[in-house]
Design a protein around this ligand. Structure first.
Ligand code: G6P
Length: 607
């Protein structure tokens, strides 16, 4: 992952580069750096850790120069130290890099054998050396980059500048996103349109294998065969405003609270209230011909896929396979004609999911994408874009994107069911009514925030926490455990409640909190039996259910959280709220960095 910004400016660029990095910090925050070209020399500031450290360094030692590149890092090769922080300088070349150079070891060995010395453990420095070597052979900067690019394997985006040519910025893209921004006698390079939003809205997205030669006066893009190509300049529509937390203490808290609004916003574009129907955007294929579905995603989005499997199989009677994207391609899945491939992603850039999408397309599948960032690579490559309208999600732990993805998944399941002739108009009307209830039910769930905060210290003291759920609430148990792990660093696991007795029950004693997600309904009694098996062994149960469920099974628990009574279909959307709030309050109580938890990044553009 990592974020890249480059500016060929008319005035000083350091502050603007830092501002661009702030917009890219979601991509990683292990270290950051900026290098400018000034009076024919490179001038560089780097700092380990979050961007505030680089900002302090710049305040203490301002950086002059009207052209420069900048980087925020998510470490792949080498610890997050100053030496490993980008930009990397070798001779006349300075370089920033996002992604992984997979063949860096043989390249490094080759360069070491020639007597070259490395100052970092990164794969990136190898590229700077290779370009420098070409310059040494007498090649001009453009030719030097063109000679080196074919030697690099992996998925990456690069930004390169040269001491001798301060009016030149070269960007290259293979497998990681990169955009060129067009200004007034200025031009830019950035990992995404958001990074460049305060500078320009006029953006060209580089395509796979493209590289761009940028000066203040002109931009020329070349494809992987070095043929000049034109990439359309579009209006990015990205907001130049930096997101703020409003009255909230953290972005995550703000985003949890936004859910009734953004889920309503998302549902609005998929529901036709007058017809009492669900509707998808126009598509060029017949949903009725879909015989199988493959859903691929990573992390939180993959749990939406698992819930989607329950919904699609139940409503549309179409077989669904769900994979985490990192496994999908390499297990050589059986992809058959009339199969619909679905990717789910907040960022639309996750490398594993993007690779899976391309794999599905290459196999001839029609593809759909449930995606939050409409300008992302996936959004541009799917046959059918099913947007979520969550708005920018800044907190690294996904919350509102998750519930908006669920809302779209429900709409897709209903459409598929109708197209397959498995859903009567009455049944569809019922579901539309239930979906319309979701925003209000989420608001009711949010009203329990105080109780959840009050129980956080008990959970924060635990070493392990287990989450149980059945049916569509089983993936929600997985999501609950993931949320807790991500931001509070407490070990947590989610299990299908019936599976607990096949192993995890061995972990249970009176120090283990067990969070049980059990809306009353057809699966309730079975889940409660599993819960009681754990209680008999001393488990500290927190029961999340509705009033009926709590009346039946709330005894001998350490706490109950009462959800509004909702149809089992929409329960995962509503029960997501207490699950998120619990993780949030435990993390706040423990004093961890809620919005930027250690080792994580919001957009993971490496495999
Ligand atoms: C990262 C984030 C997760 C997220 C996953 C998938 O690992 O830390 O919160 O669920 O990527 O991201 P995507 O943008 O594809 O939804």
């Amino acid at each position: 992952m990592c974020g890249i910004v480059g500016i060929l400016g008319q005035g000083p660029v350091a502050d603007r580069l830092l501002d661009g990095l702030k917009r890219l910090e979601y991509r990683g925050y292990d270290s950051a750096g900026i290098c400018t070209v000034h009076d024919g020399e490179f001038d560089r500031r780097r700092a380990p850790g979050k961007l505030v450290n680089l900002a302090a360094e710049l305040a203490a030692h301002p950086l002059p120069g009207t052209s420069g590149i900048a980087h925020t890092r998510w470490a792949t090769h080498g610890a997050p130290t100053v030496d490993n922080a980008h930009p990397h300088i070798v001779g006349d070349v300075v370089l920033v890099h996002n992604g992984i150079i997979e063949n860096f070891k043989p390249l490094r060995d080759e360069l070491l054998a020639e007597g070259r010395e490395f100052k970092s453990q990164t794969d990136t420095e190898v590229v700077a050396h290779l370009i420098d070597r070409e310059l040494g052979k007498g090649f001009k900067p453009r030719e030097a980059v063109a000679n080196v690019l074919p030697r690099l394997h992996g998925a990456f985006a690069l930004g390169v500048m040269f001491k001798s040519e301060p009016d030149l910025l070269i960007g290259a893209r293979l497998g990681a996103p990169l955009t060129v921004g067009y200004g007034e006698n200025e031009n830019y390079l950035g990992s995404d349109a958001l990074a460049l939003a305060p500078l320009t809205q006029r953006i060209a997205y580089l395509e796979e294998g493209d590289w761009a030669v940028i000066t203040r006066a002109a931009v020329q893009v070349y494809d992987r065969n070095n043929d000049p190509v034109k990439r359309p300049i579009v209006n990015s529509g990205a907001s130049g405003q930096l997101m703020d937390k409003g009255n909230h203490r953290h972005f995550m808290q703000k985003e949890i609270y936004e859910q009734p609004v953004v889920v309503a916003q998302t549902l609005r574009s998929y529901l036709r209230p007058l017809e009492e129907q669900v509707a998808l955007p126009d598509m060029e294929f017949d949903l009725g011909s879909v015989e199988r579905v493959a859903i691929v995603a990573c992390g939180t989005a993959s749990y939406v896929g698992m819930i989607g499997k329950y919904w699609i199989e139940q409503l549309a009677r179409v077989q669904v396979e769900v994979d985490v994207a990192s496994e999908f391609r390499y297990r050589d899945p059986v992809l058959t004609p009339n199969m619909l491939g679905i990717v789910i992603s907040q960022s639309g850039e996750t490398a594993d999911t993007l690779a899976a999408l391309r794999h599905m397309k290459a196999a001839g599948l029609t593809t759909a994408g449930i995606i939050n960032v409409p300008t992302s690579s996936m959004a541009r490559e799917v046959d059918l874009l099913l947007p979520t309208h969550a708005g920018p999600e800044i907190g690294v732990a996904s919350t509102k994107a998750f519930t908006c993805q669920l809302a779209v998944m429900a709409a897709l399941a209903v459409n598929l069911a109708r197209a397959k002739g498995k859903l009567s108009p009455e049944e569809e009307r019922d579901i539309v009514h239930h979906l319309q209830e979701v925003p209000q039910a989420m608001s009711n769930a949010l009203a329990h925030d105080g109780e959840i905060e009050a129980m956080a210290p008990k959970i924060a003291a635990a070493r392990d926490v287990l989450y149980l759920g059945r049916g569509p609430d089983y993936p929600l148990a997985l999501e609950g455990a993931l949320k807790l792990k991500e931001i509070s660093y407490i070990h947590a696991e989610g299990y299908a409640s019936g599976e607990m007795k096949h192993g995890p029950i061995a972990l249970i004693d009176d120090s283990v909190p067990l969070i049980v997600l059990a809306p009353s309904g057809p699966l309730f009694d079975k889940t409660v039996s599993n819960m009681q098996e754990a209680q008999a062994r001393g488990a500290q149960v927190v029961l999340i259910s509705d009033a009926d469920g709590i009346a039946q099974a709330g005894e001998n628990t350490i706490a109950t959280i009462e959800m509004p009574k909702v149809h089992p279909l929409i329960a995962p959307l509503v029960y997501a709220v207490p699950v998120q709030l619990l993780a949030y309050h435990v993390a706040v109580f423990k004093g961890t960095d809620v919005d930027q938890p250690r080792n994580l990044a919001k957009s993971v553009t490496v495999e």
